[in-house]
Design a protein around this ligand. Sequence first.
Ligand code: NAD
Length: 291
Amino acid sequence: MARVAFIGLGNMGGGMAANLAKAGHDVRAFDLSPEALERAKKAGCLPAANAAEAIAGAEAIVTMLPAGRHVEALYAETLLDHAEAGAILIDCSTIDVATARRVAEAATQRGLLAVDAPVSGGIAAATAGTLTFMVGGAVTAFARAEPFLEDMGKAVIHAGASGAGQAAKICNNMILGATMVATCEAFALAEKLGLDEQRFFDIASVSSGQSWSMTSYCPVPGVGPETPADRDYQGGFAAPLMLKDLKLALEAAASVGAQVPMGERAEQLYAAFVAGEGAGLDFSGIIKTLR
Ligand code: NAD
């Protein structure tokens, strides 16, 4: 078992750090929030007074932070200068591809190993240890990160070179955003055409309109498996996080001149939803604006 530093103990990181501790690692945890630190302590981690203290002597340093600017600042201010020689830096935050590549390159120049390892699966999967990790980085860096990620997830996939994990994440979530909107508008239309919702689900979920958004995360209450729709769109994957990922996808698309018309439309619809009642709802709640 290894000494592992974990920085960013929020909704996702709290459960992930707890799973590393449960797997027997000596987890030194740090978060700017004293409440988050307290929760990590209860989950078996050793709280540190600051990031430098958390990473001292750590073989692996995991970060789970809100956005690229937080990751870049932490790397520049602390990680790059204080990480143990040969340590593996594993950033699990969802951030832009360019920042992911920049911080990994800076780490490599200091003789450290680094991967971007964003996740699929929400808070429940982080707590249960059933996340999917999509990993970008050199083969040697992936090999070092893999056992730690396996302690927090059900699947760990090497996506390619540095930044490829973030690319996979935002492309995946662009599909998710667009298919959720398409599923919602189809249910709204079916209803207006007099189709029974359950009957439409029974047909479309075994026909060519099927998607994860329909069969695993149906936006209609009482139809399909239990989803946030059955809890008045509370919990689940918050609409502002979907908007964040769509914005990252559009930014990445612009940087390489890719055409993403469905992604653009999904981003516009989620921006309007989040500006209104969607700010505190699950992303499938966008059906409320389409009915
Ligand atoms: P969160 O806001 O709950 O947690 C982030 C934590 O980072 C907070 O506790 C904050 O205090 C801490 N933090 C910020 N700057 C820090 C610093 N410099 N040093 C130490 N701690 C610092 O966010 P979350 O929901 O846990 O999401 C984390 C990342 O995971 C995001 O990039 C998000 O896009 C991604 N993600 C979230 C979900 C989800 O369902 N919540 C799903 C997949 C991916």
